[in-house]
Design a protein around this ligand. Structure first.
Ligand code: PAF
Length: 276
């Protein structure tokens, strides 16, 4: 595995990568969720590039960029068996002084995470476009856990004609159903137990759907009821929306996305299930 940090080094190393190149963009502090993306890239591509960059522009003013967990040495050890090239750009090279160019996707970024975290997706799409331009992968891998991010990136790739296939991989879960996330390390023992309520709420809603319920309001109510049974859970939003546009549904017809953001203590967790 070759490790590079400057753009020149990245471009030089990229030239020597032959065949299909898969990119897995990450912010580091890797867990099994990231490793499942990297393994999938390894299975599908001749060469695998991983980027590790804690992107400052996708953090809001109240979100603590400085506290975002980091452990590069451990990350390198974990990905070494599956990765040809790892790129760890410096923030000043991604956003040099005077930086003023942004990539913004419109409607699909507005609801859900976009409504709660203004400016977040502008930071995500800008950095992902920059990573795509630099690495020029044939395929790029993202997790279904960040369902809106995946929908936004699919839209950006279509709209800007990036010749890149976006592969969205299933959410990796702990044995009790909690979706894997770098943020889970912030939960204490009691909060960690309480956090399974997201999975239970989504599971109850999916059961309702599987028993034939198609009224989206009833499905949303079911999710809220289960969340309300956990005193430590403070829901921020609960949604039953169209899978591609993320517009809230009245009736579930095609593919739909059940999603939620819930505070457990100070930790904000998100999770989702796809229906249909
Ligand atoms: O999902 C993430 O870790 C980040 O949003 C991404 C895609 C690496 C962009 O910074």
């Amino acid at each position: 595995m070759r490790t590079v940090s400057t753009l020149d080094e990245l471009r030089d190393s990229r030239l020597s990568l032959d065949g299909t190149v898969g990119l897995v963009p990450t912010m580091g502090f890797l867990h099994d969720g990231h490793l499942s993306l990297i393994r999938r890239a390894r299975d599908e591509c001749k060469r695998v590039v991983v980027s590790i960059f804690v992107n400052p522009t996708q953090f809001g003013p109240k979100e603590d960029l400085a506290k975002y967990p980091r452990d590069l040495e451990r990350d390198f050890r974990l990905i070494e068996p599956f990765t040809d090239l790892v790129w760890t750009p410096a923030p000043e090279s991604m956003y040099p002084t005077g930086y003023q160019t942004w990539v913004e996707v419109e409607a699909v970024t507005r609801p859900l995470e976009g409504a709660m975290r203004p400016g977040h997706f502008k930071g995500v799409t800008t950095v992902v476009a920059k990573l795509f331009n630099a690495v020029q992968p044939h395929k790029a891998y993202f997790g279904q856990k960040d369902a809106q991010q995946a929908a936004v990136i699919r839209r950006m790739v279509r709209d800007l004609n990036f010749p890149i296939e976006i592969v969205v991989c299933p959410t990796q879960r702990e044995a009790d159903g909690l979706a894997m996330s770098s943020r889970n390390v912030y939960l204490d023992t009691e909060q960690r137990k309480a956090a399974t309520v997201l999975f239970h709420s989504l599971s109850a809603a999916r059961e309702l759907y599987e028993s034939g319920e198609r009224d989206a309001a009833t499905v949303r109510e079911k999710m809220k009821d289960v969340l309300a049974s956990e005193p430590l859970a403070e829901p921020q939003y609960v949604s039953c929306a169209d899978y591609d546009t993320l517009e809230e549904l009245n009736e579930i017809k095609g593919k739909a996305l059940l999603s939620m953001a819930v505070f457990i203590g100070k930790t904000r967790l998100i999770d989702n299930f796809v229906l249909g």
